[in-house]
Design a protein around this ligand. Structure first.
Ligand code: GRF
Length: 204
């Protein structure tokens, strides 16, 4: 299927730190590998590399947090306003370390994705992020780990699983080598999944 035959996806990305998944999605849209446009990047961290990368890429970026809106409901409302005004069809969380508020969850129900660096439901939930996940996988002696893209609900890492891919844990893998390999796979996997959504192959 040609890119121009598919529906252009307007994607809002939430990221708290490095933003490498965010960058991969922006790059894929610009290369034409994905018929989409990142219409907003939102971060709760004003110093995040994600916001800096979005700025460099010329993508509208917003710092929205308890610092800019001390009341949770006002923050939720402000995020919802940015999302709707940016024309977002879909929300992609990529290393976003805060829970979304009820307004955003309601408005974008069934259209909010998250990426997690394990085969959920294994190694998910509160406290399971970054190196904690890979340490737990290695400590448990797992031979296989992977990446999960799932719909977002109120709690961390719950919600319908949309797609998973497996990644082998190699003998001698360290947290560092494993996390690098998984992250690299995440970038392609998130882009592929958004592409399948834009093509209507995956229906949310
Ligand atoms: C990724 O490992 C993702 O699975 C998790 O947070 C990390 C974000 O990395 N939710 P980056 O900010 O995209 O580099």
């Amino acid at each position: 299927m040609k890119c121009e035959d598919t529906k252009k996806l307007h994607i809002a990305i939430f990221a708290s730190h490095t933003g490498t998944n965010m960058q991969a999605i922006i790059d894929a849209c610009r290369r034409g590998d994905l018929n989409g446009e990142v219409c907003a990047v939102i971060s709760n961290n004003s110093n995040s590399q994600a916001l800096e990368k979005a700025r460099i890429a010329g993508v509208p970026e917003y710092h929205l947090s308890n610092k800019t809106y001390p009341e949770e409901d006002e923050l939720d409302e402000a995020i919802c306003k940015v999302l709707t005004e940016s024309g977002a069809d879909i929300v992609a969380l990529a290393g976003y370390m805060k829970k979304l508020g009820p307004e955003v969850l309601k408005h974008y129900k069934g259209r909010i994705l998250n990426i997690h660096p394990s085969l959920l439901p294994k190694y998910g939930g509160k406290g399971m992020y970054g190196t904690h996940v890979h340490r737990a996988v290695i400590d448990a002696g797992e031979k296989t780990t992977g990446v999960t893209i799932h719909l977002v609900e109120e709690e961390y890492d719950t919600g319908k699983i949309i797609r998973q891919c497996e990644i082998e844990v190699l003998d001698g893998d360290t947290i560092d080598t494993l996390s690098k390999r998984v992250l690299e796979r995440e970038h392609a996997f998130y882009v592929e999944t958004l592409k399948l959504i834009s093509e209507g192959v995956i229906k949310l």
